[in-house]
Design a protein around this ligand. Sequence first.
Ligand SMILES: Cc1cc2nc3c(=O)[nH]c(=O)nc-3n(C[C@H](O)[C@H](O)[C@H](O)COP(=O)(O)OP(=O)(O)OC[C@H]3O[C@@H](n4cnc5c(N)ncnc54)[C@H](O)[C@@H]3O)c2cc1C
Ligand SMILES: NC(=O)c1ccc[n+]([C@@H]2O[C@H](COP(=O)([O-])OP(=O)(O)OC[C@H]3O[C@@H](n4cnc5c(N)ncnc54)[C@H](O)[C@@H]3O)[C@@H](O)[C@H]2O)c1
Length: 468
Amino acid sequence: MADEFDVIVIGAGPAGENVIERAVRGGLSAAIVEDRLAGGECAYWACVPSKALLRPVDLAGEVSRVPGLSLGPIDAAAVLARRDETVSHFDDSGQVRWIEGVPAEFFRGRGRIDGPKRVVVSGEDGGERVLTARQAVVLATGSTAVVPPVPGLAEADPWTSHEVTATDAIPERLAVIGGGVVACEMAQAMHGLGARQTTVLVRGGRLLGRMEPFAGDLLAESFAEAGIDVRTHTDVTRVERPEPGGKVTVHLAEGPPLEADELLVATGRRPATRDLGLGTVGLKDGDYVEVDDSMRATGVSEGWLYAVGDVNGRALLTHMGKYQARICGDVIAARARGDELSRMRDLADGYGAPQVVFTDPQICAVGRTEAAARQAGFRVRVVEYDLASVTGAYLMGDGYRGRANAVVDEDRKVLLGVTFAGPGTADLLHSASIAVTAEVPIDRLWHAVPSFPTVSEVWLRLLEAYGL
Ligand SMILES: Cc1cc2nc3c(=O)[nH]c(=O)nc-3n(C[C@H](O)[C@H](O)[C@H](O)COP(=O)(O)OP(=O)(O)OC[C@H]3O[C@@H](n4cnc5c(N)ncnc54)[C@H](O)[C@@H]3O)c2cc1C
Ligand SMILES: NC(=O)c1ccc[n+]([C@@H]2O[C@H](COP(=O)([O-])OP(=O)(O)OC[C@H]3O[C@@H](n4cnc5c(N)ncnc54)[C@H](O)[C@@H]3O)[C@@H](O)[C@H]2O)c1
């Protein structure tokens, strides 16, 4: 195996893998280093298993709204078995074969930067290998869960996203700290799969605090109906777990302590940049790696270091990491040819990344919320519509509940943001992403006729609510 490559990528998650594919397509040689499983967090402990756990819960919600259909209890063991299939039983051989077929060289081991364009790979056998890059080194090491410094919390060995997505058993009583995406998705999955008592402890005033307020409110209503206890404005002050794996007691700033069989911490992420040798090139270990719109690290003057995916902190989403990776691979190949390829730049992040929260109801958003748009100085008008009044949504089942809004830039008459909250809206989001990112004028959008009777008729209703 050679020790010199045009491009060396550290981290074989979705972002890293897409960099090598594009760089090789651009005529370069590439190597990729991975210390756990090729495919990354996304494939084994995040997107894929979490969605496998949520799918039956989502479907059960759908079935329960259609008279004439009935559903027995969910067989959690069968769901967990299917989850195991979706993560290939933690076997990455298929993924490694894909990498080799790119073709790129795969190195199993921990990568670390050791000065400009040098990467040291420490293997499991304790051996070290030095790789050098002719063109670029790309960091694609992702992120890890944050465990806040609450007394007793770390010692209680709580679940993070890793343990909850890989669990072999559903806890009877689950306490969740956090009100963001992981907390909401996993609270609903565990509850739907059989947890008897699920309590979500939210520090702020509502679930999904970064999204439109109506989205978190609708989700909280759905949680309350399902028997999930959401406690807002709740601070955890101390945690006790005398026996490893035993009962957990969560002390709160107000009210009696909460007892649970398991505790999930879902309070955000930190970049996986510790012990990565960033100090050898003038950056700081532990920080997000700041990049420009071509994914080049701004803090390294010679311009050979790039960072894509969660590690650059731009948008902690798989599809955004892969988008950045396509840009990065193309840019590196172009620069190697002496071309700047200026059309390949991150434009999407500036508009606001699309995101689907796979709960029931689904919460889907792209672009800016009303509050974010106003804060950024736009002159906006917001239109809202009750999704239940759309025939396509009404036909999906009794008691359909949902809401949508669009944030209109009053000066340019284009959309700055769109949010849909309701069952069956996930695949509707891309229409909004196109409208927002392509800055389609709303009087042109009016001519994009939604099919009857689909949920997408909400587009017409929103434009009518605007006055078109
Ligand atoms: C529970 C959960 C559910 C999620 N669901 C979704 C979803 O539905 N949709 C969505 O878009 N996003 C989702 N996300 C976010 C998504 O998982 C991340 O945005 C995505 O995984 C980031 O991809 P990445 O390639 O940057 O990093 P990762 O997927 O984290 O991959 C990084 C890889 O680098 C490796 N690595 C790290 N350091 C080194 C080193 N020094 N040497 C060698 N290898 C190293 C790691 O082992 C890992 O394999 C979810 C996250 C969580 C936690
Ligand atoms: N479907 C999806 O797209 C999906 C699913 C899961 C995760 N993700 C991505 O993964 C990332 C991580 O998700 P997450 O839910 O961990 O983070 P998050 O940033 O979405 O939510 C973190 C939550 O924890 C709370 N919090 C932070 N510090 C706290 C503390 N000390 N005590 C109590 N509460 C605290 C915050 O107020 C917030 O409610 C997100 O950025 C998200 O984009 C995406």
